[in-house]
Design a protein around this ligand. Structure first.
Ligand code: THU
Length: 145
C-alpha cells in the first residue's frame, strides 16, 4: 500500500464494514478539495435493498460535515479483481463530486485510477432537466451532440 493517506484511510475503514450477509467488506475514502478525508464502509441490512455501499457512506458523511468540493476517492476491497463502484454509487458521486479521480485498490497493492466521467458516460443529471443545481458534475463533460 502506498503511503498516500487517502489509500491508508480506505484500507483501514474496510475493517469497520458491517457485511454479515455478503461477507464482502469494502472501504472508501473521499478527499475534499481542502484536503480533508472522509471515510465510509458498507453497511448491510436484512432488508437487502437498504444496504448502503462504502462510497455512498463516505460521500454522505462528507456532505453532512459541510464539504462540497471533492478531488478524489479511493475504494479498497480484498479481491483479486479491483472493485469498481456500483452504478448507484457512480450516479451519486457524479452528482455530488463531479469528475473526480477514482482509485481502486486491493490488498495486493494493485491500483488503478479512472476519471469518474469515464465510468459513467451519458449520466442523467440536474442539467438534463434544465437545472443548474450542482454538485461537482456540471460543466465537466462535453455537450452531447
Ligand atoms: N459494495 C460496496 O460497498 N461498494 C462497492 O463498490 C461494491 C459493493 C458492497 C455493497 C454490499 O454490502 C456488498 O458490497 C456486496 O455487494
Amino acid at each position: 500500500m502506498s503511503a498516500d493517506p487517502l489509500f491508508i484511510a480506505a484500507a483501514a475503514v474496510k475493517n469497520k464494514a458491517h457485511a454479515p450477509f455478503s461477507g464482502f467488506k469494502v472501504g472508501a475514502a473521499v478527499q475534499a478539495s481542502d484536503g480533508i478525508i472522509y471515510t465510509g464502509c458498507n453497511v448491510e441490512c436484512a432488508s437487502y435493498g437498504l444496504t448502503i455501499c462504502a462510497e455512498r457512506v463516505a460521500v454522505c458523511k462528507a456532505i453532512s460535515e459541510g464539504s462540497r468540493k471533492f478531488a478524489r476517492i479511493a475504494v479498497y476491497a480484498e479481491t483479486e479483481e479491483l472493485t469498481p463502484p456500483c452504478g448507484a454509487c457512480r450516479q451519486l458521486l457524479w452528482e455530488l463530486c463531479g469528475d473526480i479521480e477514482v482509485y481502486l485498490l486491493n490488498h495486493k497493492k494493485q491500483m488503478v485510477c479512472y476519471k469518474l466521467g469515464d465510468l459513467i458516460p451519458l449520466a442523467f443529471e440536474a442539467k438534463t432537466m434544465g437545472k443548474s443545481i450542482g454538485g461537482g458534475s456540471t460543466g465537466n463533460r462535453p455537450a452531447i451532440k
